[in-house]
Design a protein around this ligand. Sequence first.
Ligand SMILES: [Zn+2]
Length: 450
Amino acid sequence: MRYSMKLFLCGMLVCLAGLTLSPEPLHAQAKAKRGKKDADVPGVADYQSKNFMVRTDLPPDDAKDLLKRLETMLALIEKYFEQKLKSPIGMFVVKDINAWPKEALSQLDPAGLNSVQTGGGLTIGQTQTSNATGQVLDAKAVVYAVADRGTPQHEAVHAYCILSFGRTGPTWYAEGMAEIGQYWTDKGLGVHCHDIVMKYLKSQEPKELTEIVDVADSTGDSWENYAWRWVLCHMLANNPNYAPRFKPLGLGLLNGKDVTFETVYGPMAKEINFEYQFFLRHIDQGYRADLCAWDWKAKYTPCKGSTPFTAKVDANKGWQPSKISVESGQSYDYSSSGTWKTSATGTAVNADGGEEGAGRLMGIIFDEYKLSEPFNLGAYGSFTPPQSGSLLLRCEDKWHELADNSGKMQVRLKMTGKGNPLPMPDVKANAKDAPAKAAKTKSVEADKSK
Ligand SMILES: [Zn+2]
């Protein structure tokens, strides 16, 4: 059978070496060890688990911990792609290259050696593909990685993709997914990335989505580009508005099908772009893209007439539809009943909130994919929206700390001066230390801290 060979080089960035979680750069560690006796230098040994064969100079406990993390991450990847790894992944994981004897070094691929020496990682993959059918006949992958907390996991994602599908997909997808693997922790679904990456993302204007998915991009270009690919993949994988299409898209890309980001998400480009910008405006360690997902299906009715509308607001979610639309310059009344908490151990408060405004009921206006400044609401009062549009509500709390919130609020809304006055909130139901400030009319004030 005729076949073609394809060689993959999926490089982890050299510049990411500065991001390792070890307290000092690799070269400094090596320098420190050179003067010590051999007994102080851990030897190179092989470790094996079900799916990984790792040769490393890590101390035995660290090596076993690495295998455990790799196996746990692999189990999640296998579950996600619904495909078991076909053959084990061979890995060279280097803590201190000077600890490696000459014979061990001579077995390393020069490109792989170069990549770990410069503090990065490299996956060398080789596939045999049938010229007739395009089917992958055989695949091999070897990983070279520095022994930080992220690089072996990043490279292992590439190796899994090569071994399972014979390809890693376009750069934005390959590197975005490998970064998700790198940042994987067992601490839940929240955002988790290197602090320097977070700082960079917060300091930048969001990169255009079309630039992130540019097919002309190549692996190993810059750590900043990796950061954007990760942001996009994290959002698409975790936001329920996009996740159901993200997996088939990924499988299509990995199986060489004729699909692209544009063909899959083109029809929802406005929504994706809005949520991508929103994600980056509020991103921080622990931010939950699932809890802050936008409800695009909600219908908004103009708030007119004498019958009040009732909205339900959960404390642990982002902006939620009130299901009414409002007019700029018009006054509206609100009355909120219920209590909620903005932390697992905190005190329940009413919609006026507690200390520093945490737990206060907030409003925002959405119109044509643009948001107004958020404004304060509370337990009882009136407001005049800063512009016309759909009203959304939320419980004030740090955007990356919503997951531990609990409780919900029932908010009654109506046009001021129409029908009967709204009932006062049930004060007894509210916490003692947060008395309802009843009958106080509030004017809209933009939250300057946003
Ligand atoms: Zn990579």
